[in-house]
Design a protein around this ligand. Sequence first.
Ligand SMILES: NC(=O)c1ccc[n+]([C@@H]2O[C@H](COP(=O)([O-])OP(=O)(O)OC[C@H]3O[C@@H](n4cnc5c(N)ncnc54)[C@H](OP(=O)(O)O)[C@@H]3O)[C@@H](O)[C@H]2O)c1
Length: 344
Amino acid sequence: MRNVNVVVMGFGNVGRAFVKVVSLKRKMIAEKYGININIVAVGDSKGVAIKKEGFDEYELLKMSELPRSSLHMFAPYGRQEVDIKEVYRETEPHIHVELTPANYLTGEPGYSNILFALRNNAHVVTANKAPLVLHYSEIMNEARSRGLSVRFRATVMGGTPFLEMLSSMKSHDIERVEGILNATTNYILTEMHENLVDFEQALKKAQAIGVAEADPTLDIEGFDAAAKLCIISHVIGKPINMNSVYRESLSKVTLKDVLDAVRQGQVIKYVALLDTQNKVASVKIVRLPKDNILAQVGGVLNAVRVKTDATELFFVGKGGGRIETAHSVFDDVLSIVLEKVIGK
Ligand SMILES: NC(=O)c1ccc[n+]([C@@H]2O[C@H](COP(=O)([O-])OP(=O)(O)OC[C@H]3O[C@@H](n4cnc5c(N)ncnc54)[C@H](OP(=O)(O)O)[C@@H]3O)[C@@H](O)[C@H]2O)c1
């Protein structure tokens, strides 16, 4: 049995789900692949819990039930104000999992954490998009120069291995990627169409059931979808930056717009587009005929149409969700372990 040490930074929706999924599936993974996934440290904004030999299943489950920002109180392993250097010195991780919030101005804290991990010989898995959107080339060059991997399938269509499939299409010239990349805004539009409520009511419902954040700005203003287009653009080797993505605010959509669209047999969707031939990237409110394949994707589902010089493909799947995203993160961890750490 080979031990693989994993450090997790960020213990919110996804971090908790990841820790829980690892605790529930660790035995199955050990039997299947002969590896022990050892979570050796978990950090939030207030502190860390560290156990050099790895937390057991019971401790991980108990940890995932803690209130927010209280890892430092997870006795006897919790500590306040521990810096990442000390965490690494004590735990010598093989893999760093970055699940901190996205800050599109600075990329922090994810950017510094990821560079630190790579410079200390740890592979990286991130669900946090911001460091990739702002510093993709630097991060990838750092990883490449050290023979390390950076995986990020949870960043686009979080619950679906879309990026894995896209990056495997190496012989294709990708001409156009178009789709519904943000689950929150698709839920809001679906709610407006199905229940004929206005934008504010639909947003409130989304917040009440946990589909929208208390501060929904990143979703509603199109930053999240624009960030995903940037990541897609890097994966297909035709990089763009956030500033070159034209964005419209979803809050402009009124109930009257929805009723007008319905009368004309149309559906309003918030569509992200990367047109590599015309060098256009946008996140816009569009009206689609109701028989259009994208028009039929409702609720928290995401969908992407990929047009290449050889074919056209359509992907549908869960955009996010803590459990689905945690599985994407875990899949990336396991891919790295199998390919790089134990070289199977
Ligand atoms: N939720 C999804 O379905 C989903 C899907 C795909 C991608 N993502 C991305 O995954 C990441 C995590 O999402 P989430 O929903 O879990 O976010 P979240 O609930 O806001 O959790 C963020 C976590 O990061 C911690 N944190 C903040 N600053 C930190 C710092 N300086 N050092 C260490 N930890 C710090 C927070 O600490 P406290 O607990 O102390 O506040 C919290 O535990 C985000 O970048 C998000 O965009 C999320």
